[in-house]
Design a protein around this ligand. Structure first.
Ligand SMILES: Cc1ncc(COP(=O)(O)O)c(C=O)c1O
Length: 462
């Protein structure tokens, strides 16, 4: 579960050697559409029509074979448990325990949050109609900014329509041609896209969560960089559930000159006083220059924010296209965020209950011999290194009323495929027991533990 980091220069883009396509692209059990896309590109196929057709064909055949629930949807909205439909199921709907929803605290079903969102529709209407700088903001947006500013001790807070565009818009505006941008090997697509869109010519990936590697790269950049150095991390990683060693990272600021950007998408609402996040919990908010997060996860709505120094707000208002040219999230979304933050303050037992369930599920899985990597947060990755087994196990789980999605190469490294279980405060202990029980049976059926042993042996000898 380990990779060497890579240095990526713009100039080296597109220089992959062309390799012949092998027969395995036709293997409907060994490929996701993502793997197929990567293989086609690597072999030099660039015609988007050809690629789309190949992917569509694979998707169709996988659905016919019933090995992947591409077209699944819930019939009553996101929750810990809901009836779900998919063409590969025999019956029109199946009651499923759902493990892929990021509303960690289950506040999308909290009566107070729902009431406030409904009230806002009556009072403020539905949409906002334009961006924040063109009059799209209302007093609810302002209240969110003020509350975050107080919670995080930053005098500059800006709201974006989504967490994705907060990351993308901030990084695209921040990074300049002579800057060096250090990003974690496991960075979210919104971080990668932001850096790519920026004017920076050099971005450098460091080994996932490795302070030693960050330090090596900071040392080199401190010698070579003619602009500003940025380090960008996630406080809790979305694919692995790993927690970033934030204190050690901030301590590096005593020796190196860099600006630190932290995405709290998977920790805001979950850690620190009333869910203020991991930067707050670790006592490092002052040392983090840009704290970003999304409202689509714990706060059960949509939108994103950056909290920083006031002067950067003035800068982003005119330099971040995602802010200036995108409409604000709706009044109902804003009211739901405010209500969710209220609930986080008034009912901290929801947060502690979530962590209790996370601990319980982890203990059961570890006792059953599953590999959970180095995860800690309520994202629990159950590693299934062989892609065709990963797809089959996921579909068998779905058939038995347990839904989650397979995460396969190239979304993660080869042989690091996994099923992600995102624990939600509304999951019951019975649902956890049922899920782990099914997983135990499937691990036996597919000889998963033998694969894990073999992979460990290969990694040890490599
Ligand atoms: C780490 C991370 N950052 C940002 C985002 C984007 O957030 P949103 O989906 O709310 O736009 C996500 C979403 O999955 C994420 O996992």
């Amino acid at each position: 579960m380990h990779v060497a980091s890579v240095v990526i220069n713009r100039e080296s883009f597109g220089s992959d050697p062309i390799v012949p396509l092998d027969e395995s692209v036709h293997d409907i059990y060994g490929n996701t559409t993502g793997t197929l896309l990567m293989r086609l590109r690597r072999s030099g196929v660039n015609d988007v029509g050809v690629i789309a057709e190949a992917m569509d064909d694979l998707r169709k055949r996988q659905m016919e074979e019933g090995i992947f629930a591409f077209d699944s949807f819930t019939r009553s909205g996101s929750d810990a448990c809901s009836p779900m439909s998919a063409s590969a199921l025999e019956d029109p709907a199946r009651e499923c325990v759902i493990w892929s929803i990021n509303h960690y605290l289950g506040l999308n079903r909290h009566p107070f949050v729902i009431q406030k969102a409904a009230d806002a529709v009556h009072q403020f209407g539905t949409g906002c109609g334009t961006s924040a700088i063109s009059g799209g903001m209302n007093m609810l947006h302002r209240q969110i900014e003020a509350k975050l500013s107080e919670w995080l001790g930053k005098d500059g807070v800006m709201l974006f329509p989504t967490g994705f565009t907060a990351n993308m818009g901030v990084l695209a505006a921040l990074c300049q041609p002579d800057d060096h941008v250090l990003i974690d090997d496991e960075s979210h697509a919104s971080i990668r896209d932001g850096v790519r869109l920026s004017r920076a010519r050099k971005w450098i990936a460091f080994q996932h969560n490795s302070i030693a590697d960050i330090e090596r790269k900071l040392e080199a950049s401190s010698r070579e960089c003619r602009g500003q150095i940025f380090v960008v991390v996630e406080s809790a990683y979305s694919m692995s559930g790993d927690i970033c060693p934030l204190r050690d990272l901030v301590a590096l600021k005593e020796r190196y000159n860099f600006l630190l950007v932290v995405d709290e998408a998977h920790s805001f609402g979950l850690y620190g006083r009333n869910g203020r996040g991991l930067c707050y919990q670790e006592g490092v908010t002052a040392g983090v220059d840009f704290i970003l997060s999304t409202f689509s996860k714990a706060t059960a709505s949509i939108g994103g924010f950056v909290a920083t120094e006031r002067r950067y707000v003035s800068y982003f208002q005119w330099s971040s296209n995602a802010y200036a040219f995108q409409a604000c999230f709706s009044p109902a979304d804003a009211a739901a965020i405010l209500a969710a933050m209220d609930v986080m303050e008034r009912e901290p037992e929801i947060i502690s209950g979530l962590h209790e369930k996370n601990r319980y599920m982890r203990t059961l899985l570890v006792e059953a011999g599953f590999d959970l990597g180095t995860s800690q947060s309520p994202i629990i990755p159950v590693y299934v290194p062989v892609t065709h087994k990963l797809l089959k196990i996921c579909f068998e789980l779905f058939r038995a009323g347990v839904f989650s999605v397979p995460v396969a190469h190239p979304m993660v490294r080869e042989h690091e495929g996994r099923i992600r279980f995102i624990v939600n405060a509304r999951h019951t202990y019975e649902q956890i027991d049922k899920t782990v029980g099914l997983l135990r049976g499937l691990a036996q059926k597919y000889d998963l533990h033998a694969d894990l042993r073999q992979l460990r042996a290969e990694t040890d000898t490599a």
